[in-house]
Design a protein. Structure first.
Ligand code: AKG
Length: 287
C-alpha cells in the first residue's frame, strides 16, 4: 500500500472494477481520492518555476503550456508514477503500457492574457484527441481506447468560469463531433455535458476519443493542471522521442519502463525477461 500524507491512494479491486465499467460507459471517471498534498505541492512548485522562466522570455502575462514535462522536473515523474493512474492503465492495457504524453498548463485570467497569445494554452475548443482521431483503428465499429489520459487539477475550480475541463458523456463511442466539422452546437448535447468544477487535487481520467474542451479562464484563480496519458508499448509516444541509456541514468526500473528504455524492436511487442512483470505492483490485488 502506498501511503503519502498517511492517506492510502491505492485503489481496491472493487474500486478499479467500478471505475473500469464507468470508463467504458461514460468515457471518463473522477478518481475517488485526491492527490496527496506533498505531491501536489511539488508539482505546483515545478509548474510555477517553469512558467516563470517561460514568461521571462516574453514579459506579457500569458498562459503557458509545456509538453513532455516529465523530462523537465522530477515532480512530473512522480506524478507519472501515481499509483491509481497506473492501476487503471494496467486494467486498460495489461502490463505492456508506457507513457504516451505529458504536459502542463498554467492558464491565466483571459482579460490579463495578451491578445496575440490567445492560443490553445489559453483555451481549447471541442475536439477528440488525435493525431487526427478519425484515423485511429476502430474496434467493433467504435473508436478503440488507444490511450488513457489523466487530468490532475492542482488549483481550485469550484468557482464559476475558471476554465475547467468539460466533456460530453459517452461521446468516446461517436465520431469526433459527430462528423460536424461546421455547425457543431454543444447545446445539442446539453444533457450529457459535464464540467469538472472540482476541488484542487482532483484527478479525472478519460478515453482519448471523448469529446472535450476548456473555455477561457474568466476568474482570478490561475488554473494549473497536468495531463499525463499512457498507451500500449507498441504505440509511439505523442510528444517525445525515446530516451538513450544516458538520459535514464539514476532512474528507477518503473521510470525506465514508462519512459521507454532502449531495447530491441521485437520487445516493444513481445515481452522478454521481466518486461511483463515490471509493472506488477499495479496489477489487481490477489483474491
Ligand atoms: O486545457 C484543457 O484543459 C484541455 C486540454 C485538451 O483539450 C487536450 O489536452 O487535448
Amino acid at each position: 500500500m502506498t501511503v503519502l500524507d498517511n492517506i492510502p491512494t491505492r485503489l481496491t479491486n472493487t474500486e478499479r472494477d467500478q471505475l473500469h465499467a464507468q470508463l467504458e460507459r461514460d468515457g471518463f471517471v473522477v478518481l475517488p481520492r485526491k492527490l496527496p498534498s506533498d505531491l501536489m505541492a511539488a508539482v505546483l512548485d515545478a509548474i510555477d518555476r517553469i512558467s516563470a522562466a517561460e514568461r521571462q522570455k516574453d514579459r506579457r502575462v500569458q498562459s503557458v503550456k509545456v509538453a513532455n514535462c516529465v523530462d523537465l522536473d522530477r515532480a512530473f515523474r512522480r506524478l507519472m508514477l501515481y499509483e491509481p493512474a497506473l492501476q487503471l492503465a494496467y486494467d486498460a492495457f495489461g502490463p505492456m503500457f508506457h507513457l504516451n504524453q505529458s504536459n502542463f498548463i498554467s492558464r491565466v485570467k483571459e482579460a490579463d492574457q495578451d491578445a496575440a497569445r490567445k492560443d490553445f494554452a489559453a483555451s481549447i475548443d471541442w475536439h477528440a484527441d488525435g493525431p487526427r482521431p478519425g484515423l485511429f483503428p476502430r474496434v467493433d465499429g467504435v473508436m478503440g481506447l488507444h490511450y488513457l489520459k489523466f487530468g490532475y487539477f492542482l488549483t481550485d475550480l469550484t468557482h464559476v468560469g475558471g476554465g475547467a475541463l468539460q466533456v460530453i458523456r459517452g461521446t468516446h463511442r461517436h465520431d469526433e463531433l459527430d462528423g460536424k466539422k461546421r455547425g457543431f452546437i454543444v447545446n445539442d448535447y446539453a444533457n450529457d455535458l459535464v464540467e469538472f468544477t472540482v476541488e484542487a487535487g482532483s484527478v479525472v481520467a478519460f478515453h482519448q476519443a471523448l469529446w472535450h474542451a476548456a473555455m477561457p479562464n474568466q476568474s482570478d484563480v490561475e488554473r494549473k493542471n497536468v495531463y499525463i496519458s499512457y498507451c500500449p508499448t507498441w504505440m509511439r509516444p505523442l510528444d517525445r522521442e525515446f530516451p538513450t541509456e544516458a538520459d535514464l541514468a539514476g532512474l528507477s526500473p518503473e521510470e525506465r519502463w514508462l519512459l521507454g528504455e532502449p531495447r530491441p524492436a521485437l520487445r516493444w511487442w513481445l515481452p522478454q525477461g521481466d518486461d511483463a512483470t515490471r509493472m506488477n505492483r499495479f496489477a489487481p490485488d490477489p483474491a
